[in-house]
Design a binder for this molecule. Structure first.
Ligand code: ADP
Ligand code: MG
Length: 237
């Protein structure tokens, strides 16, 4: 029965999201239409700027569709016994490059002898990438992103900590809401995706933030379906 209810909840969530995505895709489409019209009417000089806006909005529509598909695909994911550090290691070149482009740096602080856990490496990469990108996007240049792991013995914690703008109380309540974004080119689907990945891995996400100081996203994974310590309760809208 619980499975059935879970399925129905997911279906209705996907239905609600299908309605939202239609709305979300219409925004960039309306902007693109407007600017293509202007490109026809205005001088060649202003066309460069309009062209940039059109490309940006096309990219945004594309990102919304991609993120939405990752979220809506109710796939049965294959898990294997993995080391989180091996997964992180494979992702680091991409993250260093990303940080480098922004004039930022990444500091790693990895625990010893972390336990192996049943994970889907693709999904865990996506989770780390989303949290790390959010951290970088919250910081200016020279910002440092800290990626830490903590060995809990019967589980482990991944901490993604930034020195960015932080999150106000009002925003905190809406953080995991699909399509909630404060970025001009955001999709608002990154954190809902992180949450669903964490849930599929019996994990929990906790957020600690101080405005003007920075934010920590803490993902706790337990071994063999062990209970996640209370301190790591999910914060969700
Ligand atoms: P997006 O990044 O596309 O906006 P997300 O779901 O990843 O969508 O994040 C939703 C919102 O949560 C962001 O727009 C931002 O306002 C806030 N947020 C997420 N991570 C952070 C962070 N590390 N620091 C500050 N704000 C954050
Ligand atoms: Mg994001």
């Amino acid at each position: 029965l619980r499975d059935e209810i879970g399925k129905m909840e997911r279906l209705s969530l996907v239905g609600q999201m299908a309605a939202s995505i239609t709305h979300e895709i219409r925004n960039p489409m309306a902007v693109i239409r407007g600017f293509v019209q202007l490109m026809r009417e205005r001088s060649p000089e202003s066309q460069q700027e309009y062209f940039r806006i059109v490309m940006d909005e096309l990219d945004r529509a594309n990102a919304i569709i991609n993120d939405f598909l990752s979220l809506a695909q109710n796939r049965i994911i294959a898990k294997e016994s993995c080391s989180l550090h091996v997964i992180m290691n494979e992702l680091m070149p991409l993250l260093w490059a990303d940080a480098n482009l922004r004039g930022q740096s990444i500091e790693l602080d990895l625990a010893d002898d972390i336990p192996m856990l049943e994970m889907n490496d693709k999904e865990i990469k996506q989770l780390i990438l989303n949290l790390a990108r959010n951290g970088m996007e919250a910081m200016g240049d020279k910002g440092v992103l800290h990626l830490r792991t903590v060995n809990l013995g019967n589980g482990l914690q991944l901490r993604v900590e930034d020195e960015g703008i932080g999150i106000s109380k009002e925003k905190m309540d809406r953080l995991f809401e699909p399509f909630f974004t404060t970025k001009t080119r955001g999709t608002g689907l990154g954190l809902p995706l992180c949450l669903s990945i964490a849930e599929r891995h019996n994990g929990r996400i906790e957020v600690q933030s101080e405005e003007g100081k920075g934010t920590a996203f803490i993902v706790t994974f337990m071994k063999n379906g062990g209970a996640v310590p209370l301190a790591a309760a999910v914060r969700r809208a």
